[in-house]
Design a binder for this molecule. Structure first.
Ligand SMILES: Cc1ncc(COP(=O)(O)O)c(C=O)c1O
Length: 382
């Protein structure tokens, strides 16, 4: 609050015109240092970060971009904005892109892979980077739901050719709306800067790479947002440790419930996100009555079967429709994803909920008994 108020009082609300010493410049430097990427570009949403990254990496008309069938719709919409088509890939039990289905769906048109780290849980980046190298594809990590999360000692978002963060209301860092693109490639960074700033070619900072300008948009981050994000970034490491503690406390309590299985994790040693699965969707639906629990099939536009615009392949102007002349059918294309999501629940490990309250929620959760489907519980037909 103080940082936002101070910014309003000072009256400098946009990043440019202060000689490269804006709050947004500082936030970018701090975010890059925190993430281990050479560059961070602050933008106005996670969707903007994805579009910027794909545009900067040269994704365009005729290209195919491989995205998981379980993610927020923006991951699939971003390639469409650039004239490319999303190809939907099944998830596996880790709730992230299935490397086997990924490899099966690569074609001569494939250009980029966008693994998504859902619910603070990492995709299998070792396998995905290896597949990308084998097929000469670029990787844009959608780390919108995993800001600050580690995978085998590195921060998510800084492993692929580029990464995207979201700072919307529901994310690990929040500014209402906001996002950032990470990369360690100076040309990609420069192209993203140009794209996000209406094709501007000279601003406050000289970056030392010679990239010709091109037409872009305004996806710039406001100073108030950067001011709000900087103090949050400072405490992000502590928040992650609190998440890990809360997660472990719940995992220990769940040991009393042999009917509940933890979803496998691609790096258990740094796990901060928690999801569990059941044998049947009925059991998962019943468990989702507990506080802080969601059955994943009920999470709206995170499920490809609810992405009406993508399923119906509609764009704002038919002449800009990348599916014309393509024979792609998304309906029923990822049945395994729907099956997994139907019997899986996420469990909130919110670091801002005090541990004592979290323990009470966990006790109530563990006490949620499986639905009784024994013959005596089924009402007799009259
Ligand atoms: C996985 C994922 N990708 C992309 C986005 C888009 O981020 P934003 O809402 O900031 O545009 C979100 C946000 O909900 C997300 O969860």
């Amino acid at each position: 609050m103080a940082a936002a108020a101070w910014t309003i009082g000072a009256g400098q609300l946009g990043r440019y015109g202060v000689g490269g010493s804006s709050k947004t410049d500082r936030f970018e430097d701090e975010l890059a240092a925190h993430s281990g990427a050479a560059h961070a570009l602050a933008v106005n949403s996670g969707t903007s970060a994805l579009v910027c990254a794909l545009a900067a990496l040269g994704v365009g008309p005729g290209d195919e971009v491989l995205v998981p069938a379980y993610t927020w719709i923006a991951t699939a919409a971003a390639p469409v904005m650039l004239g490319a088509v999303p190809i939907l890939v099944e998830i596996d039990e880790t709730l992230t892109m299935d490397p086997i289905d990924l490899e099966a769906k690569i074609t001569s048109k494939s250009k980029a892979i966008v693994p998504v780290h859902m619910l603070n849980m990492p995709a299998d980046m070792d396998r995905i980077m290896e597949i990308a190298r084998t097929h000469a594809l670029v990787v844009v990590e959608d780390a919108c739901q995993a800001v600050g999360v580690e995978y085998k000692g590195r921060k998510l978002g800084a492993i692929g050719n580029a990464g995207a963060f979201s700072f919307n209301q529901h994310k690990n860092l929040r500014a209402g709306e906001g996002g950032a693109m990470l990369t360690s490639d100076a040309v990609v960074e420069r192209r993203a800067q140009i794209f996000h700033d209406a094709g501007a070619f000279i601003r406050d900072v000289e970056v030392g790479v010679d990239v010709p300008t091109f037409v872009g948009m305004n996806l710039r981050m406001p100073e108030i947002s950067s001011a709000m994000l900087r103090p949050q970034l400072k405490r992000l490491g502590r928040q992650m440790r609190k998440r890990a503690e809360r997660r472990q406390m719940i995992v220990d309590k769940l040991a009393d419930r042999p009917d509940i299985e933890l979803c496998p994790h691609n790096d258990p040693a740094s796990a901060v996100g928690l999801a569990v699965s059941f044998e049947t969707s009925e059991e998962a639906t019943h468990f989702a009555n507990a506080r802080g629990v969601n059955r994943l099939l009920d999470t709206d536009r995170h499920i490809y079967s609810n992405w009406t615009s993508i399923l119906e392949q509609r764009t704002f102007d038919e002449r800009r429709n990348p599916w014309t002349d393509r024979d792609i059918d998304y309906v029923d294309c990822c049945p395994k994803t729907l099956e997994i999501l139907s019997r899986t629940c996420s469990i909130s490990v919110d670091p801002d909920v005090p541990m004592a309250a979290m323990r009470r929620f966990a006790d109530a959760m563990v006490a949620t008994q499986a639905p009784d489907v024994s013959p005596t519980s089924i009402p007799k037909a009259s």
